[in-house]
Design a protein around this ligand. Structure first.
Ligand code: ZN
Length: 321
């Protein structure tokens, strides 16, 4: 059974159990499993398309959306989480306003989770100057309309995904807001600058062909950390004709991102879905004191990208057979 109705599902079941036993699939999954260790199993969920675990039930986006909204939280001096259990938005605070990364599903969430959450954290939503849409699926752009009407920020997305949002949405749901009007287009190597902060844009195609991931600095306890926010994790291609192109792009993107992560000593790896980065659980841990659980170290960042990469390679084998 293929499920592709929701954009960012942990996995879209499209199993080929016989192929899952092939030595090549097993080799990639063993590498993914080894890289996942005990701390990155959330990313190993991506293995389920290539080799579904019997009896394992996927938690649906609807179930995650219905769960109680977790409290907003502060991960770093200049980085704040607002979101529900399904999808996250991140606020980067600069000396000249706020860059918001993603806008959740719809106006209601933008108002009651993003806007209200920021106020609870002592942030002024009026100072949102930019909203970055990591990719053209409605759970990331759906709340842009509310934010645009209320605060008139620049809306930023990749050239490719602006075109996708204008011409041919890959997914849609009635509870997602409508796509925003094209505003600022960025591409690989673009730099977003606001006040004292710059955010490097990395095109990481696969999840959509215009998915962007972001690199920036976060401060905590007098130390500066390098953050990579991954813009699109799931292999949600169903039986699309171009799914091999997509998975090849994903494999190349995770290879390249891993090299960059090592070169730039990226020690914080976060997501726009907290099922992956466990942001909600980490914020709960932070409230109890101790070292910042968002600081993983660059080796762990590289391992996360290896898990994603090897699960993609295993999936490619299944799909191409
Ligand atoms: Zn998506």
């Amino acid at each position: 059974m293929a499920t592709a109705c929701a954009c960012c599902a942990v996995w879209a079941l499209d199993p080929a159990p016989a192929l899952a036993q092939s030595p090549e699939v097993q080799r990639h999954l063993a590498l993914a499993r080894e890289a996942a260790g005990t701390d990155l199993l959330s990313y190993f969920g991506l293995s389920q398309i290539a080799a579904p675990t019997p009896g394992l039930r996927r938690v649906s986006p609807d179930e995650l959306m219905r769960m109680p909204t977790p409290p907003p939280g502060q991960a770093f001096d200049n980085l704040f989480f607002v979101g529900n259990r399904w999808v996250s938005a991140w606020a980067v605070v600069t000396s000249d306003g706020i860059i918001l990364i993603d806008a959740m599903d719809n106006d209601d969430e933008a108002e009651h989770i993003i806007d209200a959450g920021m106020r609870k954290l002592g942030l002024d939503p009026k100072s949102i100057k930019m909203v970055v849409v990591t990719h053209g699926h409605g759970d990331h752009y759906g709340g842009v309309g509310y934010l645009k009407r209320k605060y008139n920020p620049q809306i930023i997305a990749s050239t490719l995904d602006w075109t996708m949002m204008e011409t041919a949405l890959e997914f849609d749901r009635p509870d997602w807001g409508r796509p925003p009007q094209r505003d600022v287009a960025v591409d690989d190597g673009s730099v977003l600058r606001l006040g004292d902060t710059s955010i490097d844009v990395l095109l990481t195609p696969g999840h959509t062909m215009g998915t962007i991931s972001l690199l920036f600095n976060a401060r905590s306890g007098g130390a500066t950390h390098r953050v990579m926010l991954w813009g699109g994790t799931a292999f949600n291609f169903g039986r699309r004709a171009d799914r091999l192109t997509r998975i090849d792009a994903y494999i190349a993107a995770t290879d390249r991102a891993r090299e960059i992560a090592v070169r730039q000593n990226v020690d914080v790896f976060i997501s726009n879905h907290n099922i992956y980065d466990q942001a909600v659980e980490k914020l709960e841990t932070m409230a109890r004191g101790g070292p910042n659980p968002f600081v993983l170290g660059s080796a762990t960042t590289a391992r996360a990208l290896t898990v994603m990469n090897e699960c993609a390679k295993a999936t490619r084998v299944v799909w191409s057979s």
